[in-house]
Each structure stands twice: as C-alpha cells, then as structure tokens.
Design a protein around this ligand. Structure first.
Ligand code: ADP
Ligand code: MG
Length: 474
C-alpha cells in the first residue's frame, strides 16, 4: 500500500533515498544496514521504517541516522521525522524469518534436555545426522532460554538472537568481554537455536584452539583439503575465543581465507574474544578490519540485579533451595565473573545437602565461601592512586595535572574519568574520594554524572573508560 504525502509516494521516496545512500555509503555498509530496511508508511511529515529489532534500529540511528535523514530530506523536499517499527525483515531473508516463527512451539520442561533441544517435528535421517554432528560439541544448557538478560548483555543477546533468526544481517557478529561474562553461552545458544528450528543447517561451533589443532593435524597428514572442506562447507561458523589467533601468523592466514570464503557468500560468522579487535596485540590489520566490518559488541560485568536473577534461575536446577538473603549476599559479594558466582552457589548447595536440614545462614555462607570471597577482593582491590596513574598514562598527561585545578578539556576530562572510576572501583565514599583529588564531594558527584552521560552518547569515550577500567582490573 502506498501512502501519499505531498505528491510523492512511499515507493518513490524510498527509491530515491536508497539511490542517494548507495552513492554516499560504502557498499558493505549499504548492504548490511540500508538494504534490510523496509519502508512501511509515509504520512504528513513522518516516515516509518521497518527493521528487525530495537538493536538494529539503535545502531542505524546512532551510526547512519544523519545520512538517512539527509537523504530522505533531499528526496521528499522537506524534513521528515523517522519512526522505526520492529519485526520486519527484507525479502531475501524472509523465508528464514518465517520458518522460525512457524516452528515456534512451547517446549516442555519434563523432557531430557537433549530432547528439548530437538525440533518437535520428526527429523529425516539426514537432518538427524546433521543435528547430531553439529550439536556434539555444544553444551546442552547453553541455550537462549537459560540466559538471563540484563542491561549489560542486552545488546549482545539481541544481536545473537537476530543472528539465529536472520543469518547474515550482522556479519560478522563479534562479541567480546572479560572471562565468565557469558560469551560462550551466548554463541552456543545461537547454534542450538538454529539447529532446533532448521535441523538441516550446517552450524559449526569451534573454539579457536580446536581450529588450530585441526589445522595443524591437516598439515602433518597432508589433508589440507579435508580441513578446508570441514570449515568452509558450512552455513554458519561460530569461533570461540579468537583472541587466541594472536601471534600465530600462519593460522591467521588460514583464518583470513576461511573468513573471506564464507563472508563472500554471506554465511553467518560469529566470533567471541576477550578483547576488541583492535586491542588484540599480534593480530594482523587485515583481520582486525574484517572483524570490525560487521557488529562489535562488548559484554560487561553484570549488575547486582542480573547476578541475583542468574542465581535464582540456577538454583531452580537444584533440589536444595537457599534463602533469599543468602542469594543476595552472594550476588552482592561476587561480581567479577558469573562462573565464580555459579561456583559459590554450587558450593553452598553441596554443603547444605551434607549438613542436612540445617539452613545455611549468611554467616555460614561467608565462612564456606571464604576463599572465593578473598579471590574476589583481590581482583577488586584498586586504589585511587592506581586509578589516577592509569588514567594519566592512558591520556598521556601527568598525575599532577589530574590533581591540579587546570581546566583545559584534555585535562578536565581525564580528571572526571579518574573520579568516576574511583567511585566505581573502590569502596570509598564521595568525601574520601574528594579528599584524594583535593576537591569536595559535590565535584565528585558531578563528575560521576557527567561521565555516565557522556558514556551513553559517545561511543569512543565509553571505549576509553572501559579500556582503563579493564586495565585496572586485569
Ligand atoms: P565466557 O565465555 O564469557 O568466559 P561463559 O559463557 O563460559 O563465559 O559463562 C560462564 C558461566 O556463566 C556459564 O556457566 C554460563 O552458563 C553462565 N552465564 C553467563 N552469563 C549468563 C547469563 N546471562 N545467564 C545465565 N547464565 C550465564
Ligand atoms: Mg568462553
């Protein structure tokens, strides 16, 4: 249906806009970000564009919003307000999207996990074989429905579900973050989901290490073509921990070729790593730029709420239940890694079953978790001085500049970041931090707010802050 507005139809408007954008944007960008957009409606001074999800819309707005706005204005002859509508997919991925919806069905929990993961309809022998081959190195419990979504992993989760539903839209999808953040869980969840919905899909999940081992084996046995067939004859390639490619030149060469072979035919590639592409030392520039070509998402330390939600979900898997105050205690005190959080829960559950009916109190929990809590404190112990030093080093200024009253931006900004990180990484109060900076507590509060706001709006600013934070915590 074409809705008219001042003589121009929606179809005409979009056609012209596309033509302009195709000229202005890099073809890769155009294909990934503009082509999948579906024009929905044109009314008075607003145009509605259909996209897959809020993640896509946010990205589009942030990155190409100005270009799209300008092109629309040029085409319509006036300013248009852009609205986004979710749940739309372009033609070429339509069949994938539709099968996913059609195949959606409630999953009973009483079945063994293996059965739950399998598609409900009977599989053909071929499908069954492929399903078994592809899922053999996946952990059963790493599925989307066992993944707790919080503010810190919302984008990563949205992008992963999109990759499962509409392969090739975010290509590659590169997810990075510290250890125990849920990267492996998420990347395997994509594999499970795709196999459940379309059991014929060839999904290859490998760790970088396995990729290396297979590659090396193929060289020794002169079976290089087998290796290539194995890794290139897939619909989707998921490689976990690609930071391990660092300094392995020959492997990088092979990986580069594999990447291109798959990417050229728009097969979905998903990678995880403990660092952003450009931060991996010893990774060739051409791989860095390939990795940055699609969508890069960081997973950060989960908040208290997310940690508590994860604990509650995990404890449902156990017969023994801990009291809410004990769960809260664990969530409060263990924050650096979800793996450690799970470790704490398991330990308490195990002891609780040994101790019979005795209810585990917070004191008892503290006692039982002493080692874990100590590890946690070590990884969290950062001093204000260390923060000031790290920030100064990062911005190539002096600590004395940070402590001075100088106002230029190149000093005032790092100073605020140092104040913000002191709040976040130490347990010091506002007045204590104020004292360490020679300022009053209001200045620290103001700095904290300013940095939070800037992080929301300015991607490169946020990257700097989190780079310093990571360095301090490593
Ligand atoms: P990474 O690969 O980032 O080091 P993993 O994916 O191995 O981390 O996650 C560590 C553990 O924490 C796993 O057992 C995983 O199931 C669990 N986990 C991580 N994030 C979540 C989450 N958001 N919801 C539920 N479990 C999670
Ligand atoms: Mg992992």
């Amino acid at each position: 249906m074409m809705l008219e507005s001042n003589g121009i139809t929606l179809g005409e408007l979009w056609e012209s806009t596309i033509r302009i954008l195709k000229n202005d944007l890099h073809s890769e960008t155009f294909n990934h970000w503009i082509k999948p957009v579906v024009p929905i409606a044109l009314k008075d001074n607003s145009v509605t564009l259909g996209v897959s999800d809020d993640f896509f819309a946010d990205w589009l707005k942030d990155t190409y919003g100005d270009a799209i706005k300008a092109a629309l204005k040029k085409s319509a002859g006036r300013e248009l307000i852009i609205k986004y509508e979710f749940g739309h997919h372009p033609e070429e991925i339509h069949d994938v999207a539709e099968t996913s919806v059609a195949a959606e069905s409630a999953v009973e929990t009483a079945m063994p996990v293996d059965e739950v993961l399998k598609p409900k309809k009977r599989m053909t022998a071929n499908e069954e074989r492929n399903f078994n081959e592809c899922s053999s190195n996946l952990l059963n419990r790493y599925t989307f429905d066992k993944f707790v979504v919080g503010e810190e992993n919302r984008y990563a989760y949205a992008a992963a579900t999109t990759a499962a539903k509409s392969p090739g839209v975010y290509n590659p999808l590169y997810i990075w973050g510290g250890t125990g953040m849920g990267k492996t869980h998420l990347i395997q969840a994509v594999a499970h989901e795709v196999l459940r919905k379309k059991p014929k899909t060839k999904v290859q999940y490998v760790t970088c290490e396995e990729f290396l081992n297979r590659y090396v084996d193929s060289l020794g046995a002169k079976k290089h073509s087998d290796f290539r067939n194995w890794v290139r004859n897939v619909d989707m390639l998921l490689v976990d921990d690609v930071h391990q490619l660092a300094n392995k030149t020959q492997l990088q060469e092979e990986f580069f070729n594999t990447f291109n072979a798959l990417h050229n035919v728009n097969k979905q590639i998903i990678l995880t790593s403990d660092k952003a592409p450009s931060e991996i030392k010893g990774l060739e520039g051409r791989l860095v730029s390939r990795f940055e070509q699609g969508v890069t998402i960081e997973m950060t330390t989960p908040s208290f709420e997310t940690r508590l939600a994860i604990l509650k979900m995990k404890q449902d898997e156990h017969l023994i239940k801990l009291e809410d105050d004990v769960l809260q205690f664990i969530a409060e005190r263990i924050s650096a890694s979800i793996r450690r959080l799970e470790g704490a829960l398991l330990r308490l559950v195990a002891f609780s079953s040994v101790e019979g009916n005795h209810r585990i109190t917070i004191d008892r929990a503290e006692d039982l978790l002493r080692n874990l809590l100590e590890e946690e404190n070590v990884s969290r112990k950062v001093s204000i001085e260390n923060i000031q030093k790290a920030v100064a080093e990062y911005f190539e200024i002096r600590v004395s500049d940070i402590l001075s009253t100088k106002r230029p931006k190149n000093i005032a900004e790092p100073r605020m970041i140092a104040m913000f990180l002191s709040r976040r990484l130490t347990e010091r109060s506002y007045p204590e931090i104020g004292e360490a900076f020679g300022k009053n507590h209001a200045t620290i509060m103001h700095a904290e707010k300013t940095v939070v706001n800037r992080c929301d709006k300015d991607e490169s600013f946020r990257m700097s802050v989190s780079a310093i934070q990571r360095q301090l915590q490593s």
